[in-house]
Design a binder for this molecule. Sequence first.
Ligand code: FAD
Length: 297
Amino acid sequence: MQFIKDIHQSKSDLGKPAISFEFFPPKTEKGESSLFSKTIPELLAIQPDYCSVTYGAGGGTKGKTLEIVSRIQQEFRLTCMSHLTCVGATEAEIRQVLDEASELGIRNILALRGDPPGGTGDFVPTEGGFTYSKDLVSFIRSNYDFSIGVAGFPEGHIACKEGREVDWERLKGKVDAGADFVMTQLFFSNEDFLRFRDHMVKQLGMTQTIIPGILPVLSTNQIKRFTELCGATIPDKMMEKLNMLENDDTAATEFGIEFAVEQCEELLKEGVKGLHFYSLNKSYSTVKVVEGLSSFR
Ligand SMILES: Cc1cc2nc3c(=O)[nH]c(=O)nc-3n(C[C@H](O)[C@H](O)[C@H](O)COP(=O)(O)OP(=O)(O)OC[C@H]3O[C@@H](n4cnc5c(N)ncnc54)[C@H](O)[C@@H]3O)c2cc1C
């Protein structure tokens, strides 16, 4: 399995974007079986460069992440990154997870602080654990040989009351602590992403790759819930359209595909080095979006 930093480099040398997908560990056997027998095989048709699996997002599935990552790597020979958070873990427990990841042949970690349980409220660090993702990045860089990614927020992190530029300066700090690339939270206005990228590159001198996170909308109510939790903005025009499709998820899904194709085309024209799709463990929209891109056809 490859380091993701090397995948980004070799795709960039070929002048092609790296395509990746994100999964969450299914909570049921049926969900797991569907991920392995349907979703991933369908996504493989569009030749992804790598994928990733979340860690305890929304609560409770921490233990499953490494198992799913390892199974994807073994069954599909596809490089898979494990997300890892500092939530509810001491340094010794994090060390155990990283040791196990190494033993399983996992070579890429997305180093995160994580959200407070339930997704809202103040984050309370665990005694003997890490307070910010930067601490986790430093720990991994000093003790292991992983390619490390970190999370970036084109509109600023929801809990950063000092404003987005302060959050971006902290992002520069965590990248300098040893990260190889940044993956962003979902966003719907490319202007937000481009402003963020310009700031990171031109003002703060960051040289590491920034990969935009793309979420093809599947349902109006679902996207309203997600954006409330993570603080991403739905532009007015998009919201108007989504409100009209509130009771029709099929139409919202088709709209989501159309929107994401346009969004990705523009980002590719702006020279992004990859597209990371939040698949929500479904293949239909992501396949349609990638197939709809002129660089893929
Ligand atoms: C691509 C991506 C994947 C994700 N995957 C997962 C997942 O698998 N599981 C999961 O639970 N969550 C996941 N998340 C959500 C993420 O855990 C949350 O957004 C979390 O609230 C912040 O994580 P972080 O790593 O950015 O934290 P940090 O970088 O630690 O930042 C958290 C907050 O602390 C502030 N901060 C940083 N340093 C300092 C400092 N020195 N002093 C004061 N304030 C500071 C920042 O401005 C920010 O507001 C993901 C997010 C993204 C974008």
